[in-house]
Design a protein. Structure first.
Length: 202
């Protein structure tokens, strides 16, 4: 890997193993003396819209109150600007170093589960803004049996997990090249090793 900054995005329903894989991936990258920056969806280059965002129950988005259409519209734009500012300025600042930015989710996630972010579904806007954002260097979608994922994180129903898996497979490739990861035949350690290897080959 030459001196540059790579952006890695991980997608998948809750319980698909994103965080476990990201933890192991971070360890492997740090062992190689790479600088690693991790974000859970938003980079928060712009201030949070809610001071106590860390206490929100994102594991059960059905319990979150959805914003109005107009407020949601503004939030789509605000979240887009947050990613854009982070990509434009943060990546430039770190371009001289071997840095890896890991996103557990990325802006594209508003197209999959807007309720998670208390947003009304405005597909045309989310799609337009997704096309305008810089693309991750590497994008992975975690896929597997809805029943297995549900057993790990029962907050989401099997039907909802199946719906999200279908959207991840159909929507994310519209905006960036995607590598599918099968969580049924690969452990988090194996997935982390595979991603780390691909990073080293860049």
């Amino acid at each position: 890997m030459n001196n540059k900054t790579l952006m890695v995005a991980l997608f998948g329903p809750d319980g698909s193993g994103k965080s476990a894989t990201a933890d192991l991936l971070e360890e492997k990258l740090l062992e190689r003396d790479l600088q690693v920056y991790r974000y859970h969806w938003r980079p928060r280059a712009l201030p949070s819209l809610k001071k106590d965002y860390t206490t929100l129950s994102f594991n059960d988005p059905s319990g979150l109150k959805t914003r109005s259409y107009f407020v949601s519209f503004a939030c789509y734009l605000y979240f887009f600007l947050d990613f854009l500012v982070a990509c434009t300025f943060t990546l430039k600042k770190r371009a001289e170093n071997n840095s890896i930015i890991i996103y557990e989710r990325y802006y594209f996630d508003v197209l999959i589960h807007p309720e998670r972010y208390k947003l009304r579904k405005i597909d045309w806007l989310g799609s337009l803004l997704s096309h305008l954002l810089p693309k991750p260097s590497l994008t992975y979608v975690f896929s597997g049996s809805p029943e297995i994922i549900h057993s790990r994180k029962p907050e989401l129903s099997i039907c909802e997990i199946r719906r999200q898996l279908s959207l991840f497979k159909s929507e994310i490739p519209k905006y960036t090249q995607v590598c599918m990861l099968d969580i049924e035949i690969n452990s988090a350690a194996q997935l982390a090793s595979s991603i780390a290897k691909e990073i080293s080959e860049r």
